[in-house]
Design a protein around this ligand. Structure first.
Ligand code: 2BA
Length: 109
């Protein structure tokens, strides 16, 4: 068994949830925050058998889009102004960041 942790953009989370239910995957959604953009995103925890992992990855791939996002400049506030960028910078936020972890034991009580 594997635990798939997928960090996706909030805009894709409902679509992905619906696709998971349609395809009979069980998932838990956590509200999360990206460390870099400090913006909300959604982390899915999905437990599934090894033979379903490829199907699951293609569902995630098909339902999560990569987008450009602007990072607002952060004022140095008395810090070092040398690295201060006074204009928004565009970063590419991935469709999904996915970790596939082995599950040692799975119980439901
Ligand atoms: P954030 O940390 O807010 O990052 C958003 C996007 O900003 C990243 O997109 C990447 O394009 C850019 N970025 C992140 N750190 C950067 C840095 N130090 N310098 C320059 N650009 C940087 P993604 O790579 O697609 O990541 C989307 C979200 O997935 C991340 O949001 C974070 O919540 C999660 N994530 C990505 N890699 C991770 C990892 N190795 N471990 C845990 N979470 C991760």
């Amino acid at each position: 068994m594997k635990l798939i942790m997928a960090v996706v953009q909030d805009k894709d989370s409902n679509r992905l949830s619906d696709a998971l239910v349609e395809n009979d995957f069980r998932a838990t959604k956590l509200a999360s925050t990206g460390g870099f953009l400090k913006a909300g995103n959604t982390t899915f925890l999905i437990g599934t058998e090894d033979e379903n992992v490829d199907t699951l990855l293609s569902i995630i791939r098909d339902n999560c889009k990569s987008r450009e996002q602007l990072v607002a400049p952060i004022s140095p506030m008395g810090g070092n102004a040398d690295s201060y960028v006074p204009y928004p910078v565009e970063v590419q936020v991935g469709g999904a960041t996915v970790f596939v972890l082995p599950v040692e034991q799975f119980e439901k009580f």
